[in-house]
Design a protein around this ligand. Structure first.
Ligand SMILES: Nc1ncnc2c1ncn2[C@@H]1O[C@H](COP(=O)(O)OP(=O)(O)OP(=O)(O)O)[C@@H](O)[C@H]1O
Ligand SMILES: [Mg+2]
Length: 233
């Protein structure tokens, strides 16, 4: 579904991504793990059209390098950004409306229903400002907002960040059930243990380069990964 070749991202003189290659097959969960500053967010931003990369990115057979972010979303690719970035002064319903940017008014009703069925907590708070939600609720809202664009590929940047273990488990259950329903997922996580448990395939990113890839199970059992990312001595 997504094919990335020789992807490079520069921020001025900083060469953040140094020619990485990866693929995301349809209906799979692919994870990209790595420590702080490895280039995980830069990768997702490049795919989503939020930073301008060099290299090749093909989504459903179409080149998307150089396309505007909203056009890429329209093609079926949505990003749940690191740190959620909900619109704090807008209500939950208005945040969802933003996720459906470009859709016709008549298309909205079933999309709201789907979002509220999946996240009942958001229905209870529909008119509440998003800034008043807890971290976990904001993560749910960021996810629901991304789903409003009806993506075929959902990219999640550190969905577990700053959340209590119980909420993290809830978020990951939702990710798994979305995938069982046919959604293709590209998941970025610092919490490697969690990500590798739900993913089909994994890439390890270090200093802007991929140093290891394989079935998630084999990466989870890799000695170096266990030492560097799972805190085992
Ligand atoms: N806007 C920017 N301007 C300059 N440098 C940047 C910018 N954004 C990222 N970088 C640099 O690019 C590198 C990769 O950053 P990136 O945010 O992609 O890492 P990450 O793997 O997502 O890290 P984290 O786990 O902390 O979120 C880092 O060295 C970072 O300092
Ligand atoms: Mg990041």
């Amino acid at each position: 579904m997504l094919k990335v070749k020789d992807l490079n991202v520069y921020y001025g003189v900083i060469h953040a991504l140094k020619g990485i290659d990866f693929n995301v097959p349809e209906n799979k969960i692919v994870t990209l793990i790595g420590s702080n500053g490895a280039g995980k967010s830069s990768t997702l931003k490049a795919v989503a059209g939020l930073v301008k990369p060099k290299g090749k990115i093909s989504f459903l057979g179409h080149n998307i390098v150089g396309k505007r972010a909203y056009k890429i979303t329209k093609q079926g690719l949505a990003l749940v950004p690191e740190g959620r970035h909900v619109f704090v002064n807008l209500s939950i319903t208005e945040n969802l409306r933003m996720g459906a940017f470009g859709k016709k008014y008549s298309e909205l009703k079933p999309l709201y229903k789907k979002a509220f069925d999946m996240f009942p907590i958001l229905k209870e708070r529909a008119n509440q400002k998003a800034g008043t939600l807890s971290g976990g609720e904001q993560q749910m809202l960021a996810l629901a907002r991304a789903l409003m664009s009806e993506p075929s590929l959902l990219m999640l940047d550190e969905p577990s960040l700053g959340l209590a273990p119980k909420i993290v488990a809830e978020v990951f259950d939702i990710i798994k059930s979305l995938n069982r329903g046919g959604m293709t997922i590209l998941l970025v996580e610092q919490n490697a243990g969690l990500a590798l448990k739900i993913a089909d395939y994994a890439y390890v990113l270090e200093n802007g380069a991929i140093t290891l890839e394989g079935d998630a199970k084999s990466v989870l059992n890799n000695e170096q990964v266990r030492k560097s990312y799972l805190g085992e001595i």
